[in-house]
Design a protein. Structure first.
Length: 371
């Protein structure tokens, strides 16, 4: 049994506690939370400088792209980034696997305990089976050719089932509104077995996306035409409402929202990946439009980030929003755990096993994983 104390404890299900004490079992279960150090025998206390918070939840990552670290040039825009991603298969299996192992180790070191991870392949299966972190696996589909919708879905199901057979949460999801026609959106929605399953989709990540859907023009529109994308994709769709209707699902995490406006907001979970947004589009979302109780944070992949650190991400959110420290930590821990359905994580509620992070100085990007 350990009795952990620090200048501040941020339990996240209740208000922060100054000089509080967190009682944690040897298995990492939260046993009790004391308002004062005087409630515990002094020689049992482990006292730290800084703040204690639950383990971080990385709500959006692409672990299988870790070998693309540094391959895309910064700030060149999305179309340039796509070209870099298309090189993903030009690496041998060992390079891909080693990058996955290293990236997961980095997340653990940075205090991350669970990940919402986008997959297009089974590359991460072996590492995830080791159970070092908890994963919600999203099998991403895209298909700009209407005739190939059935085969796209069939191959996604084969990959999904391999992860499901290993006992991991796994669902098929659409990549984005611009890469998935309405018919495939509906098929994805039909591929769900129950209402608890979760969808995620990249949304309004690119500056030209709104132009594509609202005015049928712009560089992005020209590019989709050039690669013979089905015009059903932009056709008569209202971006933010029709796409969500096609999916017909209750629980969705909308990722990026860099170019979303107040009127685009709905009652869903949102995930921001600020460092990736700066890397690709040199832009950030307007954080005032989000409901902070429904906002999560992700690192995106090492193809568009130089690190996998939730603390680094929320420091950027802090600089560009009015959120206070407690809200920022909810975004980093509680909201992502709720969105991904990891009920044991996210807060210091009794009975949970959320992990414990020490942040010695919030304005520096250092996290120390205590449990
Ligand atoms: Zn992504």
């Amino acid at each position: 049994m350990r009795f952990l104390s620090a200048d501040w404890i941020y339990p996240l299900h209740v208000s922060p506690i100054k000089d509080g004490v967190l009682q944690v079992s040897d298995k990492g279960e939260i046993i009790n939370l004391f308002e004062s150090r005087s409630e515990v025998l002094f020689d049992k206390l482990e006292i730290f400088e800084g703040l204690l918070c639950p383990g971080f939840v990385n709500a959006h990552c692409h672990l299988e792209l870790s070998h693309l670290l540094g391959k895309a040039e910064k700030g060149k825009g999305f179309l340039d980034f796509v070209t870099a991603i298309q090189e993903r298969n030009k690496f041998n299996e060992e390079v891909i696997q080693n990058a996955i192992i290293k990236a997961e180790a980095q997340m653990i070191k940075n205090g991350i305990v669970a990940v919402g991870d986008i997959c297009n392949t089974t590359d991460t299966l072996l590492q995830k089976q080791k159970g070092n972190l908890q994963y919600y696996n999203f099998f991403e589909t895209f298909q700009i050719n209407e005739k190939k919708i059935k085969e796209t879905l069939t191959s996604a199901k084969i990959i999904r089932d391999k992860f499901r057979n290993s006992g991991m949460k796994s669902t098929i999801v659409p990549h984005s509104p611009y890469s998935v026609p309405p018919k495939l959106m509906e098929e994805i929605s039909n591929s769900f077995d129950n209402e608890d399953e979760l969808l995620t989709i990249h949304m309004q990540e690119i500056s030209d996306e709104n132009q594509l859907f609202e005015n049928n023009k712009g560089d992005f529109y020209n590019w989709l035409n050039k690669i013979n994308a089905s015009s059903e994709i932009w056709g008569k769709r209202n971006y933010s409402t029709d796409v969500l209707k096609e999916l017909g699902r209750k629980k969705i995490i909308l990722v990026h929202n860099t170019f979303s406006r107040k009127e685009d907001m709905s009652d869903n979970y949102y995930c921001t990946c600020p460092k990736a947004n700066l890397y690709i589009e040199r832009s950030l979302p307007d954080y005032s439009i989000f409901n902070p109780e429904k906002l999560c944070v992700g690192t995106d992949s090492l193809a568009s980030n130089n690190s996998l650190s939730i603390l680094e991400e929320i420091l950027i959110v802090q600089k560009n929003s009015d959120f206070n420290l407690n809200t920022l930590l909810k975004i980093a821990c509680k909201n992502g755990a709720e969105a991904l359905g990891f009920e044991n994580l996210g807060t210091f509620d009794k009975g949970k096993t959320p992990g414990v992070n020490l942040i010695p100085d919030f304005n520096k990007t250092k996290t120390i994983k205590i449990i």
